[in-house]
Design a protein. Structure first.
Length: 259
């Protein structure tokens, strides 16, 4: 909470400088989308290679609409859990888009310690101003270690693959941003995202994660994000699997500051 207050004060201080360049972004919060590869928790710093303040479009997707290369690092730590991540998106010539990321989650549970590594990469192509097609690859490694024996007792690795399509149609800061991804491998699921931009500041959307497993539930989360200015935004979401015996299944709360 102290970190969120400090970030709010710092971000608000930039509101009086309308012409200041915007190349940096700090996110603080959490998002647990029940199996989605876009989960996030803690704090994250992102750098944009171009000044976002000089670009058009809804604030949250300016880098996508204007093909701005960016990269980020983030993570969090508690008494038992440590999470670090990094990702980058590069917009190259001929509409080519390269994306990559790494994650590591360490969980100490009494006499056991588990580590989860995720490496992901994507190659995309901007077909025209609205349509993007691509293909993603995920490598996941899970390790369990006994503190008593100091040996690995279980190791599991898997590859997953995901063709995806993204369609973005924005006119006068209004319109849709849609994405569909089919993930195949040991665990299969379909991820979908639909955001409607009411104006440059406000968007509402739905994130769906459809599981192909008897041991995992589908999840659908409604989200909304509002930019109080080009420098400060809040995102909030709640999700459920919509089963008759299911309650709240996911939640998101994210505070964003740009400068």
């Amino acid at each position: 909470m102290r970190t969120i207050i400090v970030l709010t004060v710092l971000a608000t201080s930039f509101l009086t400088t309308a012409q200041a360049a915007i190349n940096n972004q700090i996110d603080v919060g959490f998002s647990d989308l029940s199996g989605s590869d876009n989960r996030f928790v803690g704090a994250r710093y992102r750098y944009f290679t171009s000044n976002l303040d000089q670009l058009s479009g809804p604030h949250s997707i300016k880098s996508h609409l204007n093909q701005v290369t960016n990269f980020a690092v983030g993570g969090f730590a508690s008494d038992d859990v440590e999470y670090v991540n990094a990702d980058a998106t590069y917009y190259g010539p001929l509409g080519l888009i390269l994306m990559g990321g790494v994650e590591r989650l360490t969980d100490n549970q009494g006499y056991w310690r588990s580590r989860d590594y995720l490496i992901k990469g994507s190659l995309g192509k901007q077909i025209n101003e609205e349509l993007q097609l691509g293909f993603s690859v995920f490598y996941n490694r899970e390790e369990d270690r006994s503190h008593l024996l100091n040996t690995y007792t279980n190791t599991d690795t898997q590859w997953r693959y995901a063709p995806y399509v993204r369609y973005t149609a924005i006119t006068d800061n209004q319109g849709w941003d849609l994405e569909l991804k089919q993930i195949s491998g040991k665990n299969r699921n379909i991820e979908g995202r639909a955001n409607y931009f009411v104006n440059q500041d406000w968007s509402v959307g739905l994130i769906a994660n459809v599981q192909n497993s008897d041991y995992a539930r589908d999840n659908y989360e409604l989200q909304t994000q509002y930019w109080f200015a080009p420098h400060v935004a809040v995102k909030f979401g709640l999700g459920s699997s919509f089963d008759s015996d299911s309650g709240l299944n996911s939640a998101s709360l994210l505070l964003t500051g740009r400068f």
